[in-house]
Design a protein around this ligand. Structure first.
Ligand code: GLN
Length: 188
């Protein structure tokens, strides 16, 4: 199994290291050719506006969108979630628009821009998982076909629709591998 990590900007190496710890071959996706022969792709955290612009500049945008729409397992963390959303409440920009969710950027308010918490998410692991939020979005609305995986104070922060997984938080910034394992199981 080979998993690509979109490597235009943001937290790439942390995802690659987690995948390697799970004995998965991980490659950086920087150009269209890198999309060949991958079994799944991770869109990392970073700045969604920058990554969205670079997706167009590199011409990766359309082939990536087509691959996701044809079923390529895809996981967006934080900015990656924003890139996948059909709607963004507080931004005029739209990006790949492949998942039936409306997100709000930087949604947890300035005084708690970044925070951590530890929760149990039974679907993902039977052990508590550390969740790291950094200027995180959350999901305001979900379409009929979207499965909610986790909420924090009534706010949806992890969800799945068919082949697409999104998390507001950053499992790659903790020692916990359970979300990466969960994504690998989606591919299998
Ligand atoms: N850690 C992150 O990925 C933050 C996302 C960022 N606030 C954005 O809107 O793109």
């Amino acid at each position: 199994m080979k998993i690509g990590v979109l490597s235009l900007q943001g937290g790439v190496i942390e995802h690659i290291n987690h995948l390697k710890k799970l004995d998965i071959e991980a490659i950086e996706v920087k150009k269209i050719d890198d999309l060949k022969n991958i079994d799944g792709i991770i869109l990392p955290g970073g700045e969604s506006t920058t990554i969205g612009k670079l997706l167009k500049d590199t011409n990766i945008f359309l082939p990536l969108k087509a691959l996701i729409q044809s079923g390529l397992p895809t996981w967006g963390t934080c900015a990656g979630m924003i890139l996948l959303a059909k709607e963004i409440e507080n931004d005029e920009r739209r990006h790949l628009q492949v998942m039936d969710i409306k997100v709000k950027r930087n949604a947890f308010g300035s005084q708690i821009d970044s925070f951590k918490r530890i929760d149990i998410i039974p679907e993902v692991s039977n052990k508590p998982i550390e969740l790291v939020f950094i200027r995180a979005p959350y999901i305001r609305e979900v379409g009929n076909n979207v499965h909610i995986i986790h909420k924090v104070e009534d706010k949806v922060v992890a969800a799945k629709q068919n082949n697409i997984l999104v998390t507001s938080f950053h499992p790659e910034l903790t020692d916990d591998l359970s979300f990466h394992r969960y994504f690998i199981n989606m591919i299998k």
